[in-house]
Every structure is written in C-alpha cells, then in structure tokens.
Design a protein around this ligand. Structure first.
Ligand code: HEM
Length: 390
C-alpha cells in the first residue's frame, strides 16, 4: 500500500469553479485517487475510475448520500438519488414511469411546436439572451406543468433548484447560504406537494398514486418530489446554453449540423461531455478498496469528478475540442452511468434537440456579444449569453 497523492487545491473555491479544467488536469496527473486536503475526501478525476465507481454501487454507495456534506445527505436520505438497490429499483420504477422513451413520445409534437414558435420569435428579434430567453422556456413551461406542482411555489423553483445543487458541495459559504433556501423547498415539498394540491394526472400526483397502490411507502413521497423539482431545470437549461455558446465559438461545427441535422443527438452528447452541467457528486465507500496501490478506507467519501472524467486525455482524443462528429461521444459520463444514470436524460435530450433543430432551420451563425458564468458548487453553466443570429 502507498500513501495517496494529496492536493491542497479546493475544487469548490470560486476561482476554480469558474475554470476547473487546469485543476482537473493537475489532479488527473497526480493519480487515479487523490486526497483533497481542503475537503477531507478523495477525488477520482480520471474517466476509468469514475465509470468504475458508478458501475459498482455495492462498493461506492449512494445510500450514504451523494452530496459532500452530512447535513444535505440527511435531508436527501430515502429519495431515488440517495438509495441503493433493491430499494432503488422500486423507487426508480415509479419515478421513471413518465420519462421512458415510450411515455415521452406523446410529448414530442408539443415540445417540437413550442420550440419552433419560441425560436421563430427570438430569431425575429435578431439579438437575445440564450440563458434567459431560450434555454429556460421548455423546462419552466412544459416540464413544470407536467410535474403539476401547486402554482404558488413554481415561480420560486428557479431559485430553489440551484440552491439545492449548491448544497451538494462540501460546507463552504455557498453551501451555508443555500441551506435556508433549500429549507423552503423542503417545506414546500412536505406541505404543498400533497394530494389535493397537485395537478391530477401530473407526475408528482403519480408518485402518490403509486403509494396508494402499495408500490412505495407514502412517507417517502415528499422526498421523491425532489427528484423532479431539483434536477429537471438548471441541468437542462445550462446544457442548452452551453451548446449554443459552443456553437457560437465553433462555427465550423454549426455548419456541420446544419448540413446534417441527424448529427444533432451526437452534438447534444458532445456539449454535455465538454461542459458537463453536473460536474461532481460523491459516493460513500463501503469497504476498504485499493486503487493503484492507494487504499480508500471503508467510511471515506469519494468525489466523482464527472467534468474531469469527460475531459480525461487518457480516454478522449483532443479532449478540449468540441467535435460533433466524435465517434465515442455517447460514452461521456455527463448523465452518470449504471444504476443511477439520469432518469430524465431522454426528456432533456428531447428538449435540447427540439431547440437546436428549430435553430438549424433558421440560423446560419451566431455572434457572441456577452457571456457570464454562474457559480455553483456542483453545477457548471452560463447565466448570461447574449448572441445575435444571422
Ligand atoms: C442535461 C440535463 C441533465 C443532466 C446533465 C443530468 C445529470 C444527471 C446525472 C449526472 C445523474 C447521476 C447522478 C448519480 O449518479 O449520482 C442524474 C440523475 C438523475 N437525474 Fe438527471 N440530468 C439532467 C436532466 C434531468 C431531468 C430533465 C430530470 C427529470 C425530469 C432528471 C432527473 C434525474 C433523477 C431523478 C436522477 C436520479 C436517478 C437515480 O438515482 O436513479 N435529470 N442526472
């Protein structure tokens, strides 16, 4: 056994979050498992080990929580994200019911029409902010309506959802500031997201219906609300904005997808690979485990750096390049992998693709005027992205 390489860098410091890639490279070069002194946790920065950990849920457990602090892990306990099989399989069956490709096929026409109308309006304006005018529209209008939560909380959702993700980080100023906001979201889940207040036939009501049929314990229902509220907004919104930002900087790649829109699903994967909206979650190590001679002791926590794995030069040729024709692009870990692979990925792909299809029909190119990144402990994304289109 050798001592783990260790690093003094804090991947959750503001300046690192704004540009994490030099730090990721440094960590990858140090080894497959690096002790982060600032966090008191291991980081897994390379593709092979992150994917290996996602595949081995017995060893890298989610039931101990996937955030990087105990307080949040306690709050999320029992939801889909923070459970292991066999319990996870039961919950997943309920949550994924409206999200399977078959269930989603009934939405395709509506999503397409809304995307076409929105893009038509924005293209007519000529200049617009992708981050606020284009990307949030489908998640906030269609998806929120389908989930069917009571109206009064919906307008707070865009504040609650990123706060929820800030609380996935280790305890720092951002986490501390976000906890009271997450407290409001949890209060709303327990007090408002209950039968009688939810839209009949909506996804949230379907969770309670599953409890009525005895599929799940009713006590777990408020925790499961978070599985639709937390991850269905900013992830997709950030992925959409990042995709347009990448195309604005890589006009040759836009020309390729305009000529051949059948490459758009691959382009969506490539945008999520290179700008992974969720950069990191963690796992609880259930027994002593050795990686390249380094022991991760039982009870330690390993941070899975999706954003770093997706740019690992050991896996990807020209990892920093945005290349829509990259063959292996569907192997990215931006949606996770294995048991917990994103249950909403088909919906997210449908939303992003519909907007890009509508844009390929009307836009030859983008000119970027302004860009400002948001800062979040685990999310990566752009909060202002003003472009003009021609
Ligand atoms: C581009 C958009 C999205 C990205 C990048 C993304 C990313 C991820 C990732 C990385 C995971 C794996 C977590 C882990 O292994 O611990 C995950 C899980 C999950 N996502 Fe997404 N997500 C997106 C959109 C959505 C949407 C639209 C929904 C809901 C409608 C959703 C709901 C979930 C849920 C419930 C889980 C937990 C699955 C489980 O534990 O079995 N996500 N997502």
């Amino acid at each position: 056994m050798t001592t783990a390489p260790s690093s003094a860098v804090d991947p959750f410091a503001t300046e690192t979050l704004l540009d994490p890639f030099p730090t990721y490279r440094q960590l990858r070069d140090q080894g497959p498992a690096v002790w982060l002194k600032a966090c008191g946790m291991f980081a897994l920065p390379r593709y092979a080990e992150v994917r290996g950990a996602l595949e081995d849920w017995q060893l890298f457990s989610s039931a101990g929580g996937v955030s990087m602090n105990d307080e949040m892990n306690q709050k999320l306990k029992g939801g889909l994200l923070c459970s292991d099989p066999p319990n996870h399989n039961v919950l997943r069956k309920v949550i994924e019911r409206p999200l399977t490709p078959r269930a989603l096929s009934v939405l395709r026409e509506r999503v397409t029409t809304e995307a076409e109308n929105l893009v038509e309006r924005l293209v007519a304006k000529g200049t617009f902010d992708v981050a606020t005018e284009l990307s949030p529209y489908l998640p906030v209008s269609i998806v929120s309506e389908l989930v069917g939560l009571p109206e009064e909380g919906r307008e707070r959702m865009l504040e609650w959802a990123p706060a929820n993700f800030d609380c996935f980080g280790p305890i720092n100023e951002r986490t501390k500031a976000a906890f009271p906001i997450v407290g409001e979201m949890i209060h709303y889940a327990f007090n408002q997201c209950v039968p009688g207040k939810l839209k009949p036939g909506g996804w949230a009501q379907m969770i309670w219906d599953a409890a009525d049929r005895g599929e799940i314990d009713p006590a777990i229902c408020p925790f499961l609300m978070n599985d639709y509220m937390g991850p269905s907004l900013d992830t997709t919104i950030f992925a959409t904005t990042s995709a347009i930002w990448l195309f604005a900087q890589n006009p040759d790649q836009w020309a390729i997808v305009r000529d051949n829109p059948s490459l758009l699903p691959q382009a969506v994967n490539e945008a999520i690979r290179i700008e992974s909206p969720i950069q990191a979650f963690s796992r609880y190590v259930t027994r002593d485990h050795e990686i390249d001679g380094v022991t991760l002791p039982a009870g330690s926590r390993a941070i899975l750096l999706f954003g770093s794995a997706n740019r690992d030069e050991r896996k990807w040729e020209d990892p920093e390049g945005f290349r829509v024709m990259r063959r292996e692009t569907n192997e990215h870990l931006g949606f996770g992998f294995g048991e917990h692979q994103c249950v909403g990925n088909n919906l997210a792909r449908m939303e992003i693709r519909a907007l890009l299809v509508a844009l390929t029909k009307r836009v030859k190119g983008f000119e970027l005027h302004e860009m400002e990144r948001g800062v979040n402990n685990v999310l990566r994304g752009i909060k202002k992205c003003v472009v003009s289109v021609h």
